[in-house]
Design a protein around this ligand. Structure first.
Ligand SMILES: [Zn+2]
Length: 344
């Protein structure tokens, strides 16, 4: 009697306990499952983040590599290119001209006309355009207080003697001495050329230096000048005569005939660039064979007669400091054009 209900009770209690245990186990299992799934999720998220970071690292490395390569290429370029590329003025097509009736010169370096020459010699090979070219600049004449009346041979081996240097002309309207104008413009040319990457050899940088025309030519070559540019201004009894011209040895010059071709190219290019910059009348290239400073040259040589100091327009324009800068830039452009044409 008592057993049965007691047994039932035990059975019920046992069943309840089992059920409870089962529920507990299930809850525990679900919790564990949930917890593990959370961990997995967390792990997955972490892994995804790590992967993302790895990708970013790779991208950064790639970008670094690209930047490094770019820098290396740039460095290589800089090594190949000159430090400072001289500005190259678009040169005009050279039109070699020779004035058949050269204007008589009153007081610049004396010379006689040997006549135009049409034939060109084979041009000497020159280095390509770029930094490091050496240019000889000769500001013509010197101060009036410097005695240069002693004489020297008109050319190597010549028995003809000429004054070591002459006094030059002066501005009929400005009163400016040619020696001063030549120096002022030449110093500006020196600065411009140096800024464009050239090395410049000056035969004088003041008005007190006593140096002859032959000595100037030799100095320029000895100091490594590749071309020799002589800066002068002109004078004429006829005050109506104006404009610029350049002087070049002829191909029959007894001393420097081998320099004829390159000297003509230099004379023409320089004059054209100068006239383009200043708007001065272009009187063409003239040929002279008894100029001491030309005959003693060892490198292509030219004399630029920048304008007529006996002409009101030319004289007053050339006396202006601002215009002198324009003149100097024109001369530098002509020198650029010469070296730009050397490599062709
Ligand atoms: Zn002169």
């Amino acid at each position: 009697m008592y057993r049965k209900p007691l047994t039932k009770l035990f059975i019920v209690i046992g069943s309840l306990c089992t059920a409870f245990a089962l529920v507990c186990c299930t809850i525990a299992f679900v919790r564990m499952f949930l917890a593990s799934s959370e961990t997995r999720k967390g792990q997955e998220t972490l892994e995804a983040q790590i992967e993302e970071m790895e990708e970013m690292k790779k991208e950064i490395k790639k970008a670094e590599k690209r930047e490094k390569k770019r820098l290396e290429e740039e460095e290589e370029k800089i090594k190949q290119e000159p430090e400072e590329t001289p500005y190259v003025h678009p040169s005009k097509t050279p039109t070699p001209t020779a004035s058949p009736t050269p204007t008589p010169l009153s007081s610049n370096e004396e010379g006689t006309v040997s006549g135009p020459s049409e034939n060109k010699r084979e041009e000497r090979e020159q280095a390509a355009t770029g930094t490091g070219h050496v240019v000889g600049i000769d500001p013509g004449h010197q101060g009036p207080h410097v005695d240069m009346s002693d004489t020297e041979p008109n050319g190597p081996g010549s028995t003809e003697m000429k004054a070591k240097a002459t006094a030059g002309t002066s501005g009929a309207y400005s009163g400016l001495g040619e020696y001063q104008l030549n120096l002022d413009v030449s110093l500006r040319v020196q600065q411009i050329l140096q800024d464009r990457g050239y090395r410049v050899v000056m035969t004088r940088t003041d008005n007190d230096t006593a140096i002859s025309n032959a000595e100037r030519a030799l100095l320029a070559a000895d100091e490594g000048a590749e071309i020799y540019v002589r800066i002068h201004a002109n004078g004429s009894d006829d005050h109506g005569v104006q404009g610029a011209l350049s002087m070049c040895p002829s191909q029959d010059n007894p001393y420097v005939s081998e320099l004829y071709g390159e000297s003509l190219r230099l004379s023409q290019g320089l004059l054209d660039a100068y006239c383009a910059a200043t708007g001065f009348e272009n009187r063409g290239v003239q040929f002279y064979d008894n100029m001491t400073g030309i005959n003693w040259s060892r490198v292509p040589v030219t004399i630029l007669e920048m304008g007529f100091m006996t002409n009101e327009h030319d004289d007053l324009a050339m006396a202006d400091a601002g215009f002198q800068q324009t003149m100097a830039e024109g001369i530098a452009d002509g020198i650029d054009a010469y070296f730009a044409g050397s490599g062709q």
